[in-house]
Design a protein around this ligand. Structure first.
Ligand SMILES: Nc1ncnc2c1ncn2[C@@H]1O[C@H](COP(=O)(O)OP(=O)(O)OP(=O)(O)O)[C@@H](O)[C@H]1O
Ligand SMILES: [Mg+2]
Length: 378
């Protein structure tokens, strides 16, 4: 490990992207916890690392914080190299100027809220009058102005998390890192805090990386989402991108609900569309028009991903339809009907208009919308 002074290397030409992680690899014994991960984000962005337990989210975050050394690759922020083992560079965690908020609140119980929040400014030797002004400003921002003199232990879970956030942002760090900060809160509070936290991040404008395994949290909060699995990146994109244009069946299944049908491309149509023959578990076949992933051609194995809201369900025959199914379940949810339709051993999930009259056991016609029928990588 190099001494911090040696490591404070600033790249001669600052890159367009603010945070740059290149080919990051981290081994734990014989396991590659992070397996060649590269991504970058512009200044002020809110990026979420999303994926199931054990996929390497925390390890990636800790590597950025400098709490893990990495085996290879490089990390830099605003042109300042945090770590690059090939060049022998490693900036100590306390020199990375990072604010962190974790699942456990990690605020000091013997101090008041104001003292907790003032701490990062005190270690930076900021003047007392400025500390007081900044602490008051930040407490107001997170909605704790009236709690400044309470002991941290006298706060509720949600308030403690606001205090942690205030402490993380008070010194205006280069980067904010969040590791499942809302997972200890109950659902109602979690939903409220998502929106709050996003508002505060926008207001302070600090580039943030947020770790969660909760897809709806990721969709609500992020400018960009990285979907991870087994230490690798499956897809990076904005929430709308990831939801409407998943590249493979893993992403499609992880974000939201999708009907996933195995198939094979049989012919090309215009404008990136093709015909895909799908097959159900009991060998019922159908030919469906689908938007093809760029590298697909006739013969390519694929999975069709069709969201429940993109399947039209009718009782009357309206021109060529490939799928005739049976209503197994129709649940009225107020703004829609959540229907299950069986077809050749496959169960379609369909969201129908609330006024659709569906009777369990009846025959219906399903028409997936070709524009939203995606042929993705298996
Ligand atoms: N300190 C460690 N020593 C050994 N193995 C570790 C260590 N930390 C993590 N791992 C392993 O590395 C892999 C990735 O772990 P990581 O904590 O990054 O996952 P995660 O995506 O944050 O999961 P979770 O959602 O459960 O927090 C896992 O297989 C884990 O067991
Ligand atoms: Mg984790």
């Amino acid at each position: 490990m190099q001494s911090p002074s040696q490591a404070a290397t600033v790249e001669p030409s600052a890159p367009a992207e603010y945070l740059e992680v290149k080919s990051l690899i981290k081994w734990f014994g014989k396991d590659r916890a992070v397996d060649n991960v590269s991504f970058s984000i512009p200044k002020g962005h809110f990026l979420t690392l999303l994926g199931p337990s054990g996929c390497g989210k925390t390890t990636t975050l800790m590597s950025i914080a400098g709490l893990h050394s990495i085996d290879s690759g490089s990390i830099s922020v605003g042109g300042l190299v945090y770590t690059d083992p090939k060049r022998g560079l490693f900036l100590a965690p306390e020199q990375r100027d990072i604010g962190m908020v974790f699942q456990s609140y990690a605020i000091w119980p013997h101090m008041t809220v104001a003292q907790n929040v003032a701490y990062p400014l005190e270690i930076r030797k900021v003047e007392r009058s400025e500390i007081e002004a900044r602490v008051a400003e930040v407490l107001k921002l997170v909605g704790l102005a009236d709690f400044a003199d309470k002991l941290a232990t006298q706060l509720s879970g949600g308030q403690q998390q606001r205090a942690s956030l205030a402490r993380a942002i008070v010194a205006k760090p280069r980067l904010l890192l969040f590791d499942e900060p809302l997972s200890n809160l109950d659902l109602k509070l979690r939903e409220k805090m998502r929106v709050e936290l996003k508002r505060i991040q926008k207001e302070v404008g600090i580039t943030s990386i947020y770790v969660t395994h909760d897809q709806s949290e990721a969709l609500v909060m992020s400018d960009d989402i990285i979907v991870m699995s087994k230490g690798r990146i499956e897809q990076k994109g904005g929430p709308v991108d990831i939801y409407t244009r998943p590249v493979n069946s893993y992403v499609s299944n992880f974000i939201g609900v999708a009907n996933l049908l195995k198939g094979r491309v049989v012919s090309m149509l215009d404008h990136g569309f093709g015909e895909v023959e799908v097959e159900t578990p009991d060998n019922t076949k159908a030919l469906l028009a689908a938007k093809l992933h760029v590298d697909m051609k006739p013969g390519s194995e694929t999975v069709l991903s069709i969201r429940p809201e993109n399947v039209k369900i009718t009782r009357s025959y309206e021109g060529p339809v490939s799928i005739v199914g049976k209503v197994e379940q129709a649940i009225f949810l107020g703004n829609c009907i959540d229907a299950r339709v069986s077809w050749g051993g496959f169960e379609w999930k369909v969201l129908a208009h609330p006024r659709t009259q569906l009777v369990e056991g009846e025959k219906v016609f399903l028409k997936p919308d070709p524009a939203h029928t995606l042929a993705v990588r298996p």
